[in-house]
Ligand binder design. Structure first.
Ligand code: NAX
Length: 329
């Protein structure tokens, strides 16, 4: 029998946590043959609700679920962690300036990064979901100097999956026919969903969607980039099941690899590829294999794409400068 993998989830009592934990415990994160121990980190006010989620996890009698720990101590939650999903964050409330938001999240992701540095397993892989995800991931990464920088990632897979779904609809094909979609930049309204590199049922993404630049500019890009707000309008609550699903996809792809002839999108520490400022956490097209990822190199970037990548990267550089100014990194 395999040794259980320790999976830490922060914000475990929240709505994404509720959609996420049952899929981790049923084997969708790491595989149907991999037993897991769950470590749930919450703030004190969230502990009781987390206990309730743990009771329901028990009641599922998942064969792969070995052990559940519930704690408000980061050191305990990250002890021996192999995978960490950082979901809990401080949301922006009315009247909150960006500086206040970054400061509040620095107070969460700084100490969690340090706890990961001091307590996690050597093979730790971190996915930051809590917003502002890219910059929260940067704060955690900079507070974990002993962990290789590439182990800290931010989630743009939900944006990626949203783009795939929109393209399938437009082209009249199934999602399996869509390959090589990219989300560039920040998980925010400035993100750039790129269909120019995509392959759709054997055609280029541009051709398969009617060679229509106006549709790309006025429909496709804003629909993907503002989908979160659209869900809130209609559902009355923010994306939860789709966000949890994307977190599962992100880690599953990272651990198990991208299929031949395709890639995925991940927020990762930039090595300067495609002119993206080194050191920030920005989304790139990546392939994965044996638990490691590589940026897809050599793509031709048009002026249209370049302007949009630059705009999103500029926002990330501003956020980086702001958290530096605040002494958070
Ligand atoms: P909820 O408010 O339902 O849950 C958040 C949970 O985190 C709460 O139970 C809270 O007690 C807990 N928490 C807060 N601070 C914590 C801390 N320091 N340590 C441990 N737990 C803490 O939010 P939910 O809908 O689950 O969303 C969670 C985060 O995901 C938000 O920041 C949200 O903006 C972000 N999202 C990111 C997405 C992405 O694509 N990257 C998409 C979905 C989602 O909007």
């Amino acid at each position: 029998t395999r040794t259980p993998v320790n999976v830490t989830v922060t914000g475990a009592a929240g709505q994404i946590g509720y959609a996420l934990l049952f899929r981790i415990a049923s084997g969708h994160l790491l595989g149907a043959d991999v037993p897991v121990n769950l470590r749930l980190l919450e703030i004190p006010q969230g502990l009781k609700a987390a206990e309730g989620v743990a009771m329901e996890l028990d009641d599922c009698a998942f064969p792969l679920l070995r052990d559940i720990t519930i704690t408000d101590q980061a050191a305990t939650a990250f002890e021996g962690a192999n995978v960490a999903l950082l979901v809990g964050a401080r949301p922006r409330t009315a009247g909150m300036e960006r500086g206040d938001l970054l400061q509040a999240n620095g107070g969460i992701f700084g100490p969690q990064g340090k706890a990961i540095n001091d307590h996690a397993a050597d093979d730790i892989k971190v996915l930051v979901v809590g917003n502002p995800a890219n910059t929260n991931a940067l704060i955690a990464q900079r507070n974990a100097p002993d962990v290789p920088a590439e182990r800290f990632t931010a989630m743009t897979r939900l944006d990626h999956n949203r783009a795939v779904a929109q393209l399938a609809k437009k082209a009249g094909v199934t999602v399996e026919d869509i390959k090589k979609v990219t989300i560039w930049g920040n998980h925010s309204a400035t993100q750039y969903p790129d269909l120019f590199q995509a392959e759709i049922a054997g055609k280029s993404g541009f051709e398969a969607t009617g060679s229509d630049l106006a549709w790309i500019e006025n429909d496709f890009i804003p629909t993907v980039a503002k989908r979160g707000a659209a869900i809130i309008d209609v559902r009355g609550a923010s994306s939860a099941a789709s966000a949890a699903n994307a977190a599962i996809d992100h880690v599953h792809t990272w651990v198990n690899g991208t299929p031949a002839g395709d890639w995925t999108s991940m927020g990762i520490v930039s090595d300067g590829s495609y002119g993206v400022e080194e050191g920030i956490i920005s989304s790139f097209p990546v392939t994965t294999k044996d638990g490691k990822f590589e940026i897809v190199q050599g793509l031709e970037i048009s002026d249209f794409s370049r302007a949009r990548i630059n705009a999103s990267v500029a926002e990330l550089v501003e956020e980086r400068d702001a958290v530096k100014e605040l002494g958070l990194i």
